[in-house]
Design a protein around this ligand. Structure first.
Ligand code: SAH
Length: 341
């Protein structure tokens, strides 16, 4: 059985042609799946029973079961979703002044091993399909009255390590015949898988790219992020420069401040030097606690000092207010298993 939510319109057209059905039905089916967000073929009322039966014989529509739903004081909601045994992931809904944002997961677990993050602690299990990533959004959207405005691909997993599914997810989500979420309101975050940043730049999408940089030089970065042994900060900045040239989209950088590890003034100066002259934005994130990591977050006063160094060198900087900390739903706190949650 194949996941039908992962397919694009042309692929559905080709399938219908192979069934000797008219091509225009593909758009109707795509609408049912991505605009009406149905979870069974029987809900497709303008499609013949015969075709619905054929479709349900060959395809399925991913639809996660909600195993747990935790509500934060700040109105964020963390969902523990299951797509069957061993496929547990978390997805977070956040409410902002401008609307709702959903933070989706792309993998069950993570291979990247960043020492401050909870998502790799139970190991890597598997990639999600594009349809399983879409179904996180659809299942939450159906519960809300208001349309979701923003998507951040910042949940469990490394999206550029599940590249094809992540791209399919973005394309179907932003399709005018689907939920039609503007690509400009979609952010994809990576720990820095350099070759894939070039691929992404060449896709012709207008999504925002965010880089989890977390250090000003390779020595510090290697201590906390294994990917730094593969790609240098210089290679990352070359790739993000290319991303900007191709897309004209300003690149964002995430920097979680860890006490006595990456919060020194010299790190701030090095980052500023690297970014000078290239349109970019830095999000400083006060470290969210992950009990196993043993790290402490940088104190507020030092965060402000780090911020001032960047600002004084004309680097656009904000301090991110983490949402959902009380339900372990903040950056870096998502995990793939109920026992560990
Ligand atoms: N794998 C991708 C997508 C995850 S995004 C990436 O690395 O970008 C989640 C963000 O939260 C990343 O910037 C990650 O580095 C950050 N993060 C991880 N653990 C954190 C923690 N304990 N406190 C604050 N931010 C954290």
């Amino acid at each position: 059985m194949q996941d039908i939510l992962s397919l694009n319109l042309i692929e559905i057209e080709n399938i219908l042609i192979s069934f000797n059905e008219p091509k225009y039905r593909a758009k109707q089916i795509f609408n049912w799946l991505h605009k009406n967000m149905v979870t069974s073929f029987d809900e497709m009322t303008n499609i013949s029973k015969k075709l619905r039966d054929i479709l349900s014989y060959k395809f399925y529509i991913p639809n996660p079961e909600v195993l747990e739903e935790l509500h934060s004081k700040d109105e964020s909601v963390k969902y523990l979703f299951s797509y069957g045994e061993d496929t547990l992931i978390e997805t977070v809904l956040m409410k902002n002044s401008y609307g709702y944002t959903i933070c989706v997961s792309t993998q069950v677990g993570c291979k990247m091993g960043c020492t401050f993050c909870a998502s790799h602690l139970a190991g890597f299990k598997k990639n999600l399909t594009a349809g399983e990533i879409l179904a996180q959004v659809y299942s939450i959207q159906k519960k809300l009255k208001q349309k979701i405005s923003n998507i951040v691909i910042m949940g469990i997993g490394e999206p550029l390590d599940n590249y094809e599914a992540s791209i399919r997810f973005i394309k179907n989500l932003s399709n005018a015949d689907g939920l039609n979420i503007s690509q400009r309101n979609i952010t994809i975050s990576t720990c820095g898988v350099v070759p894939r940043i070039y691929d992404l730049a060449n896709e012709g999408l207008s999504v925002t790219l965010a880089i989890s940089i977390h250090a000003g030089d390779d020595i510090v970065r290697k201590k906390i992020m294994p990917i730094a042994n593969k790609y240098s900060i210089e290679e990352i900045f070359q790739a993000t420069k290319y991303y900007f040239e191709k897309t004209k989209r300003r690149v964002s950088y995430e920097y979680a401040l860890i006490k006595d590890v990456n919060d020194g003034k010299e790190q701030a100066n090095k980052i500023a030097k690297n970014l000078r002259g290239t349109p970019s934005h830095i999000n400083l994130i006060p470290l969210n606690s992950v009990s196993e990591s043993g790290y402490e977050g940088t104190a507020g006063k030092q965060i402000k000092e780090f911020y001032n160094i960047l600002q004084s060198q004309n680097i656009s900087t904000t301090i991110r207010i983490s949402k959902g900390q009380d339900i372990n739903a903040a950056c870096g706190q998502l995990r793939r298993s109920k026992e560990l949650a």
